[in-house]
Design a protein around this ligand. Structure first.
Ligand code: PSU
Ligand code: MN
Length: 318
């Protein structure tokens, strides 16, 4: 059972249908920390049953970090904040649930449909629900070859719009991480590496690029986020934490597979929303499942850091 709340934004005339689970609603009401989690990684990121098991472990990791998890999806035209275990199992095992990014959200809601939310659309939902923290492993970014394809993930654009702090393991290794960092700089999105020097690359500990900023102390991270919003910024704040060394993939090992997969995607005419899943599956096949095992591990370890940092932020505001 969940509480039904109907928030309005300045521009909307009719409230967005939003159901918040009782546990999440209670935590928010009492000022306890909550971490929002996406559902597209369940339906499109990993195969069944690994996706369901990982989603549950990600939620446990958020709890281990001291926060309440809120996995978010759209079900029958309502945004659901705080999916149940049964919801997660159903999303994980039902083929064909569509990937819903920010721009798809209004139509999917109007049609009363069901969908899995990406990082971008999850940030929209988190902000509506009043959740200031979100965690995922590899965010979307500027794709390799974007100079001709113009493929830039909506995740990056949404960081400039939603007041939600994002804890992640950098951006996906399949992307052009130099250009991704340039975009974030241009758009004034702070990028802080937590307890490391480098901007990580998802299941690889380093992208080969240093992070613009490093902080080692939870309270300093929390204060920086608070300052970002106190300064009047409308958008998000990126905190990165690298994959654990024992769970990492060697960058060079996976790079040849990525180059090959990117060329194959081009040959096969893969475009738009389908690109990311195609590339990830191709790299996984080439690495005999090593990349998805590392993907699962980094989702879990990142979620624990997200739980800790959200807790530090809640302590500041207590
Ligand atoms: N993180 C993962 N696996 C994924 C994704 C993230 O470990 O599949 C998904 C997220 O939902 C992210 C999306 O928002 O990939 C980015 O897709 P695109 O590049 O089409 O914007
Ligand atoms: Mn894209």
């Amino acid at each position: 059972m969940g509480a039904t709340v109907t928030p309005t934004t300045a521009l909307s005339h009719r409230p967005v249908p939003l159901t918040v689970s009782e546990e999440v609603a209670d935590a928010l009401h009492e000022g306890r920390p909550v971490v929002a989690l996406e559902s597209n990684v369940i339906t499109h990121g990993l195969p069944y049953p690994d996706n369901a098991a990982t989603a549950r472990k990600v939620e446990q990791a958020v709890r281990a970090g001291g926060s309440v998890p809120a996995t978010i999806a759209v079900e029958g035209g309502r945004i659901v904040v705080g999916m149940t275990d049964a919801d997660i199992e159903r999303f994980a095992s039902t083929p064909g649930i569509p990937k819903v990014s920010s721009r798809d959200l209004p139509v999917v809601l109007a049609q009363g449909r069901t969908g899995a939310l990406t990082v971008a659309s999850c940030l929209v939902a988190a902000e509506l629900a009043g959740i200031p923290f979100f965690s995922s492993a590899g965010i979307g970014g500027v794709h390799r070859g974007a100079a001709t394809t113009m493929d830039v993930s909506s995740d990056l654009i949404q960081f400039t719009r939603s007041k939600v702090a994002v804890v992640c393991a950098g951006a996906k290794k399949i992307l052009d991480l130099g250009l991704t960092l340039e975009y974030l700089e241009t758009q004034c999105v702070p990028v802080v590496s937590y307890r490391s020097d480098d901007f990580p690359a998802f299941y690889c500990a380093s992208s080969g690029f240093r992070s613009p900023l490093r902080l080692d102390d939870d309270e300093l991270v929390a204060r920086s986020i608070e300052n970002h919003w106190a300064l009047g910024n409308r958008g998000g704040f990126l905190v990165t934490t690298p994959v654990r060394p024992e769970e990492a993939i060697d960058g060079e090992e996976v790079d040849a597979a990525i180059v090959e997969a990117t060329a194959a995607a081009d040959r096969d005419g893969i475009r738009g929303q389908a690109v990311t899943k195609y590339l990830m599956r191709a790299v996984d096949a080439a690495t005999e499942g090593r990349s998805s095992r590392a993907n699962m591990a980094v989702l879990i370890s990142t979620a624990e850091v997200g739980g800790r940092l959200a807790a530090a932020y809640a302590r500041l505001r207590a």
